[in-house]
Design a protein around this ligand. Sequence first.
Ligand SMILES: [Zn+2]
Length: 557
Amino acid sequence: MYDLVIRNAWVYDGAGNPPVKGDVAVRDGKIASIRHLGKEAALRSIDAGGLALSPGFVDLHNHLDMAVLGLPFMDSHTTQGVTTSLTGNCGLSMAPLADATRDLARRYLSPFIPSAAESDWKWNSFGDFTRRIEDVGIGHNLAGLVGQGSVRVAVKGFDPSPASESEMEAMKNLLRESLEEGAFGLSSGLIYPPGSFTEDRELEELASVLTEYGALYSTHMRNEGGVLIESVEAALELGRKCRVPVEISHHKATGRRNWGKLHRTLHMMELAREEGIDVCCDIYPYTAGSTTISALLPPFALEGGLEGALKRLTEPEARQQMKQELQNSRGDWENTLGNVGFENILICSSPEKTASQGKTLKELIDEHPQKDSPYEAFFDILLDMRCDATMAIFSMDEEEMEYGVTHPLSSIVSDAWATSPALGGRPHPRAYGTFPRFLRRFALDARRLSLENAIRKITSLPASRIGLSDRGLVKKGCWADLVLFDPKALRDRATYADPHQYPEGIEMVLVNGCIAVERGSVRESKAGRVLRRGQEECKLVKNTTLIDKTPLHGARP
Ligand SMILES: [Zn+2]
């Protein structure tokens, strides 16, 4: 007797093989059989009617940990077909925290957390936090990285000075303890203070701990614009020196003058792989990025965290220096504003100034009394918002993004925060649309990838990056994380103007064998599990095999 049988589906195995018509049976949360099952008994039997059945999608890069205690079903992701999320990216993780620096950590992370999802911050270790998540229960599986920024805040707050020997030991111990408690690796966010204060030497010391565990280093690099090439070289050098697998986060070239560089950086990664460095990257299928608005400021303005920035925004001398650095940066920091201009930055959410949501900075400056001094107006706007806002940055080239998402080295990710229609604001549409959009645009419509290869890039490839060997595949014995979708109807609906739109065409999502989404709606099943490195069926992350069974461009019908 099976718990559930899905009959008559085109089954995509997630490994990139062409689909096979058949039935999939589920028992005790796992895939029990894949074949023609005839009339074998099951508690529930679903006729798929020839729709596509694939492994649940694995999102290697998002920030769901920040809101999961308040939004445990993570609807915006689960309805896309995501069944496993890797969180704690970009140096920003909710744990570990330390008593002495808890408030600083809160200030570090809260710009990214919707106020409705605020929590009591009463945990310390990575293990404590994951147990809190388990107490609440979750809609799909979560695995976590430790943020290098969070570790540094725990040990030395926003102090920009290099770590002393004892501070370094304390950081390494926090990382080691988190890895012992199930973290899958370390993430860095080298544009955000205190990540931006961190020297390569400090990163190498931390990476040496990862080497002991064979765990992943995932990096939001120092620069994705003028100094992109050098930043990729630095990430590869860390992989080379410390022998750690490297994941380059949300890979892109920002700013028109840097367009074209992705061809070079992906080639650098191909060469590095030949040399034995296990490097891959992840990319979202949009030409706009999104982050907190304070990331527009030069690093000196952010010393002391947001409090420091708010203070400097009231000081004429500091304003003058900010303006100078914004106008004449020499590539020693990531000057997003200089790369894209006020007109390409759209305010997504601003709790203090909701009227600014959906407007570009250029539009807000034009409405401002100081519109003839755009930088003065801009600083006033930041102050009005208390620097508490998120933005979408239109900075990428369409053709280049397409090259990136179809490249064999990339997994497709959302880079999104958890959201919900009730939270309002205008989050980046990737929060609701990433995975259906990727399949629709690149496999089903443009056919730049075969559907089986596109599915591989959102299932087994990302799962293998964190060593999960029993997810991301439709295979007997693997967890029954499954997505049943209609290739004819599948599409994303979220737009920048109207982002809170669930996708169409996702008929059913199974998480650990339980139905989490049925006909597009979330069932409040809380079937997700916290995944812990060491407790899962994990292989050591070691040169991820890249199988491309179909040609990249213009392949199968
Ligand atoms: Zn990032």
